[in-house]
Design a protein around this ligand. Structure first.
Ligand SMILES: Cc1cc2nc3c(=O)[nH]c(=O)nc-3n(C[C@H](O)[C@H](O)[C@H](O)COP(=O)(O)OP(=O)(O)OC[C@H]3O[C@@H](n4cnc5c(N)ncnc54)[C@H](O)[C@@H]3O)c2cc1C
Length: 298
């Protein structure tokens, strides 16, 4: 019978030293919602499980004020989806992240699953990770050699290298994730198409952010490629064309362009063709709500 040893560090340094000494034979565990399934199936059998739950410095949500901007938001890796969906700072400044976290699994999964686990697990369908990608988030990584976190600002774009794969080494931990809060005038939302309303992994998800004063959008897509991706060509098209005479035509063109950032596959949840249709439909819907409704309101 498989019986790993459990370690319960209370500081980042202690956890990182356990990982370094184990040299690949230990795995961190946070909420366990992803990892437990792999332990049960035998896909992973680490000798040691390093439970991160007691590391206080991996908690909290902070907003560092900036006199010229809204400020930088930092969230510890151990924040659960449920906590982020309810957090006042998150709901006020980055509603797309609160919305993305609120779509994860079920109340039970949201109360266990953490944002650090969502990012480290590197599923292309990871809801919080897709929202964070649209926010230009960066990951602070710590290790026993570098507990100040010199790998502090690893951009999330580039962090994922394939399904379930990241640039993290065996001896490294995600401490927290941060990003510059969008301007006060910004609007954002998260749209997710699944096979049902609850407990649904995304068939396609779109995180979109519109900054009217800068005249730009950011669009991130989930479940459409081996990793979550930014639709950079579509963003650039928006920036060069908006606001043109026919705003709806610009939005249609941007939505069509977003499909080019995907490399959709057929799988148990949907065909690649259906996914491509969904990318265009959801992106158009998101941009209409963010850009046109705002013009009408304002
Ligand atoms: C029934 C069910 C439904 C789900 N539905 C959704 C959904 O709708 N959307 C969605 O996005 N996800 C969903 N998930 C996946 C899962 O809940 C999330 O990915 C969750 O955020 C993972 O966090 P965790 O704390 O449970 O990670 P764990 O399972 O503890 O760990 C996952 C991986 O990350 C590593 N890890 C964890 N924390 C750190 C850290 N701080 N530093 C370095 N490595 C770390 C672990 O070693 C492991 O490899 C679902 C899971 C289940 C079981």
């Amino acid at each position: 019978m498989y019986e790993p040893a459990w370690k319960f560090p209370t500081t980042a340094l202690e956890a990182a030293e356990i990982l370094r000494e184990a040299a690949g034979r230990a795995t961190p565990i946070a909420g366990g919602t992803d990892l437990t399934a792999r332990l049960r199936s035998g896909d992973e059998r680490p000798e040691v499980l390093v439970d991160l739950a007691g590391i206080e410095e991996f908690g909290g949500v902070d907003l560092t004020p900036d006199p010229d901007a809204v400020g930088q938001m930092t969230m510890g890796a151990l924040n659960t989806h449920g906590a982020l969906a309810r957090d006042d700072l998150v709901r006020q400044h980055v509603p797309l992240l609160a919305e993305a976290c609120a779509t994860v699994g079920s109340p039970q999964i949201r109360s266990r699953g953490t944002v650090g686990g969502n990012v480290a697990n590197a599923s292309p369908a990871a809801d919080a990770a897709v929202a964070l990608l649209a926010l230009d988030a960066a990951v602070r990584v710590v290790s026993a050699d570098d507990c100040e976190g010199d790998r502090a600002g690893l951009p999330l774009e580039g962090f994922f290298t394939g399904p379930g794969e990241t640039v993290l080494r065996d001896d490294e931990l995600i401490a927290d994730i941060s990003f510059d809060c969008p301007a006060e005038s910004a609007r954002s939302l998260y749209l997710k198409a699944g096979q049902r309303k609850a407990l649904a992994i995304a068939i396609v998800s779109v995180a979109a952010l519109y900054e009217p004063e800068a005249g730009l959008v950011r669009i991130a897509l989930g479940s459409v490629a081996p990793t979550a991706v930014r639709a950079r060509d579509a963003e650039n098209l928006f920036e060069s064309e908006w606001p043109a005479g026919d705003c709806e035509a610009v939005i249609d063109a941007v939505a069509a362009r977003a499909v080019g950032s995907a490399s959709c596959i057929d799988d148990v949840r949907a065909s690649g063709r259906y996914r491509r249709i969904l990318i265009e439909t959801l992106t158009r819907s998101a941009l209409r709500r963010l850009c046109l409704d705002l013009e009408e309101d304002g």
